[in-house]
Write a protein that binds this ligand. Structure first.
Ligand SMILES: Nc1nc2c(c(=O)[nH]1)N[C@H]1C(S)=C(S)[C@@H](COP(=O)(O)OP(=O)(O)OC[C@H]3O[C@@H](n4cnc5c(=O)[nH]c(N)nc54)[C@H](O)[C@@H]3O)O[C@H]1N2
Ligand SMILES: Nc1nc2c(c(=O)[nH]1)N[C@H]1C(S)=C(S)[C@@H](COP(=O)(O)OP(=O)(O)OC[C@H]3O[C@@H](n4cnc5c(=O)[nH]c(N)nc54)[C@H](O)[C@@H]3O)O[C@H]1N2
Ligand code: SF4
Ligand SMILES: [Mo]
Length: 837
């Protein structure tokens, strides 16, 4: 039966979407007759606030203060459009198990054993708050505010009871060392800044795919990483369904769910070699004369650095300028170093980037590269998109920049149905938020370098370590990190690179002297706390939240209402910071005299009064309490945003030094000349042109290929959002944690399906089952990231010489090596060996 006629039939059976007790999934209802409504349950709206780009609303049912079940949004219609359902994925639907997980933190605790050992005793809130306040005061006096760091953490996208309560607290204490960048997009942010200076998420809306005739997705997997029933993944499906004649080409080492039969072709590429693939396509486009005939005038008008003439013109203009910054940039322009010559291997370059050359590196055949190039040239409106998996590599900045070149070479950016290469994160609706107050400390380190800053913060500089906010390139930060606040973060150990290495740094409590963790569960990072603060879960919270950052076209607000009272001794982040603020003597400034209810009223009123450039706020009742009864407010925005429209079609200059799209990046040229790199780290350098960089542990790193013959790449799995939801048994059953291997590699190692294997790198060993599947390229292993780091308590040592991680966390294998420009996380670049355990 077709889905739509099924739904009509089930509605006729009285299973209307609003009736309590009706299963939300049509498949379920297909086999089970509708249950009668359960009348003594109370329903309230809550939401899943995880970092997947959405914040799906969920309906929570409870009876006598106990949650009975959780359902996805089944209000409104399943017809895609202005009013469609915002259905939660399997994770959101499993929130009951997560809320009642046995490892919930129930009371404040203090550490009694060694750091990381996980030995704690319960303490009162009074003692917890006093200890945090007095330790904070001691460390501030002894080492200064720049020694205090709030770690990257994305576990809860609350509205008001969020981690920004800790910003208020720490700012009232004189501030803290800032972090810039994030684990998601560090390298691509720098690539986009260099190329068009407008962020790496300003791609043409997914709905523009309706107007395109060719979709080229490079490391783009919305069906697994944007799973919300209203998110980017759903927009993607809708767009390709509305445009069935579009050709869908996917380039990924794995056969993903975004393909699953919808693609016209899958091209399995070796991880970290996308720049080679892009360069070979450019070679076809340029050497065939296609660019000269079709897009040369576009490149001359809108871009800098395609050829020598373009660079000569820019250099002359800059040299004639009175602007000192431009004069400085002009010094670093090397006109020989232009894209045309680099790709064709002429002028100062000797290696043409032919498909034949590329095939041996990237693994896509010569004929397939040529055929993709031909399709790009033939396309009326190519939608080319490069996902963030490509950026999370050792050469992520350059790989992204290289792929970003393709749309510009077509000369069609700015036209309907055409993308600039970036992902299309769209705004949706916005709530007003509580201010985190301003931070008097102006210096910042890259989010990724926190572990380094514990050991050598005092000597870190802009030139070597990408420190920002200093007066010059060589003034050191002057402080080590002495206190860490890890708030809804598992990046202290689990999500950061090189868990075994990080363990060593954290274990020594004379280095970082205070670690405060606020979480709901005993995560691997929580085990490293000195003081552990138990937070209420989402289902115990009242808050006003929005759709988060990658909702796609459907925007929404959710007025959350606690389904059950805060359990055990748990306190919301607002209240726990309030307790600490009292001990610090700053409660008045912290709370501004308001309790939770007063803040929510104020934020609700502020949201109502907000005039956003995004969608209008839909009609909403006048009080927050009334809004909580309705729950969800939707606003669909089907506007087709075209990437770089205002620059190409509106004449507004870009924020790059030249005001144009920079194929040759003037800012990268300057950094290449000024920054200091590590000659011992292969690939640690910057070039003005987007060039393929061989890196440590890359495909062609001959130093490691023999000992570690397989490339290992992580991916964002359906079974978790990062490490969040790992402790939910349903999800562990539904999405197995196993390392993907191609049959060719597995059989050569004598492995059978499901065998327990050891995967090891220079940095550690993990133990988990193997999934033998043709869905991954030979020579490459794949592992869903986010499993919880768990060194074997028995101390058993693996082939790498480290205690075996029986949790199977990929970061036991990854390397801590900041990328050249962004100083970001190269967590998808790894070389490993695999054998039967
Ligand atoms: N190897 C490898 N590592 C990666 C990645 C990768 O691809 N490969 N991806 C990286 C990326 S893109 C990111 S964004 C980071 C994410 O790293 P994190 O931001 O650390 O994300 P999570 O692992 O989800 O951890 C969130 C934490 O918040 C806690 N939490 C959830 N809800 C609440 C709440 O209501 N209150 C409080 N106080 N705590 C709560 C969770 O229990 C969990 O400990 O990981 C990065 N790490
Ligand atoms: N289910 C789920 N959804 C999530 C998250 C999650 O943990 N789980 N995390 C959320 C967050 S914070 C973020 S930042 C995003 C991350 O979203 P992405 O960064 O897009 O996710 P990844 O899975 O790391 O990579 C996307 C694809 O790139 C492929 N890939 C990896 N390396 C390469 C390469 O070198 N070349 C090519 N061509 N492809 C490559 C992977 O196989 C994968 O299919 O996802 C968000 N959504
Ligand atoms: S994990 Fe993301 S898609 Fe799934 S329910 Fe939560 S917010 Fe929605
Ligand atoms: Mo992320």
């Amino acid at each position: 039966m077709e889905r739509r006629s099924f739904l009509k039939a089930s509605a006729a059976l009285g299973c209307a979407a609003t009736v309590t007790g009706c299963k939300t999934s049509s498949d379920d209802a297909n086999v089970n007759p509708p249950e009668p409504p359960v009348t003594d349950e109370v329903q309230s709206w809550s939401a899943c606030l995880v970092n997947c780009g959405s914040n799906c609303p969920v309906k929570v049912f409870s009876r006598d203060g106990v949650i009975t079940r959780v359902e996805a949004d089944n209000e409104t219609t399943d017809e895609y459009g202005y009013n469609h359902q915002i259905r939660a994925c399997a994770r959101g639907r499993s929130l009951k198990q997560r809320t009642y997980a046995p490892d919930r933190l129930k009371t404040p605790m203090k550490r009694i054993g060694k750091r990381g050992e996980g030995k704690f005793v319960p303490i009162s809130w009074d003692e917890a708050a006093s200890t945090v306040a007095s330790e904070l005061a001691r460390i501030t006096n002894e080492f200064g505010n720049r020694s205090i760091l709030k770690l990257y953490g994305s576990g809860a996208y609350y509205g008001f009871a969020s981690s920004s309560c800790f910003n208020r607290l720490l700012n009232l204490n004189g501030g803290f060392l800032n972090i810039y960048g994030n684990y998601s997009w560090a390298q691509q942010t720098e690539a986009a800044a260099a190329t068009w200076a407008g962020g790496s998420t300003n791609g043409s809306s997914m709905v523009c795919v309706e107007d395109s005739d060719l979709f080229l997705g490079i490391g783009y997997n919305p069906s697994e990483m944007r799973q919300s029933g209203s998110g980017e993944g759903y927009d993607f499906l809708q767009a390709i369904q509305k445009n069935p004649s579009i050709e869908l080409i996917m380039v990924d080492p794995r056969y993903t769910d975004s393909m699953a039969g919808k693609e016209d072709s899958w091209h399995a590429i070796r991880p970290g070699t996308d720049a080679v693939f892009a360069e070979a396509i450019a070679y076809e486009m340029i050497s065939s004369g296609w660019v000269a005939q079709n897009s040369k005038s576009f490149l001359d008008q809108y871009c800098v650095g395609y050829d020598r003439e373009s660079l000569e013109k820019t250099k002359a203009e800059f040299e004639a300028s009175a602007d000192e910054a431009k004069l400085e940039y002009a010094k670093h322009i090397d006109v020989e170093e232009n894209y045309h010559d680099y790709i064709l291997g002429v002028g100062k370059f000797s290696e043409p980037k032919t498909a034949q050359w590329a095939a041996t590196i990237c693994g896509i055949s010569e004929s397939n590269i040529k055929s993709i190039a031909q399709k790009i040239m033939n396309a009326r409106a190519p939608y080319i998109i490069t996902g963030a998996g490509v950026n999370r590599h050792a050469n992520g900045e350059q790989a992204m920049r290289a792929c970003y070149m393709l749309p510009f070479l077509t000369g069609k950016v700015g036209q309907a149905g055409v993308n600039n290469g970036a992902i299309p994160v769209q705004g949706g609706m916005r709530k007003s938020a509580m201010s985190g107050l301003s931070n008097p400390v102006k210096e910042s380190i890259s989010f990724f370098t926190f572990s380094d800053a514990i050991e050598r913060g005092h000597e870190m500089t802009a030139r070597k370590d990408g420190l920002r906010g200093m007066e010059d390139l060589d003034t050191p930060l002057g402080h080590d990190v002495k206190a860490i606040f890890a708030i809804n973060s598992n990046s202290l150990i689990n999500q950061h690179s090189d868990s075994n290495g990080t363990h060593k740094i954290l274990e020594d409590d004379t280095k970082c002297e205070l670690i405060v963790v606020a979480d709901c569960w005993m995560t691997p990072s929580a085990r490293y706390a000195d003081i552990l603060l138990p937070d209420t879960s989402w289902l115990e919270s009242n808050d006003l939240i929005d759709n988060s950052y990658a909702t796609g076209l459907m925007g929404y607000l959710v007025a959350m209402k606690a389904a059950v009272d805060p359990m055990w001794e748990c306190k919301s982040m607002y209240d726990m910071c309030g307790e600490i603020a009292k001990k610090m003597g700053v409660y008045g400034e912290y709370s501004e005299g308001k309790d939770e209810a007063a803040w929510l009223d104020q934020l609700y009123d502020g949201t109502l009064g907000q005039s956003t450039s995004a969608d209008a706020i839909p009609p909403m009742p006048s009080t927050y309490q009334e809004a909580q009864e309705i729950g969800v407010f939707r606003s669909f925005n089907g506007t087709k945003r075209i990437a770089l429209d205002s620059f190409i079609n509106g004449g507004t200059p870009l924020g790059t030094p030249s005001g144009k799209v920079e194929i040759y990046s003037l800012s990268f040229a300057q950094k290449a000349a000024e920054w200091e790199f590590d000659a011992d780290v292969k690939g640690d350098y910057i070039t003005a042109l987007p060039k393929y960089q061989q890196t440590w542990e890359g495909f062609d790193d001959d130093e490691t290929t023999e000992e570690y013959p397989l490339q290992l790449m992580g991916f964002h799995t359906k079974g978790r959002t990062h490490s969040s939801y790992h402790n939910v048994p349903w999800l562990r059953e539904a999405v197995e944690d196993a390392v993907w291997m191609n049959p060719q590699d597995a059989y050569a190692r004598g492995l059978a399906q499901g065998d327990k294997v050891h995967v090891w790198s220079k940095r550690g060993t993990i133990e988990l089952p193997v999934r033998i599947t043709p869905r991954i390229l030979p020579g490459v292993a794949g592992l869903g990231q986010g499993a919880w780091y768990q060194p074997d308590p028995s101390g058993r040592v693996g082939p790498s010489g480290h205690v075996v991680d029986i949790g199977g966390c990929i970061n036991t294998l990854t390397r801590y090596q900041p990328s050249p420009v962004a100083k970001g996380n190269p967590q998808h670049t790894n070389r490993v060996q695999i054998a039967k355990a």
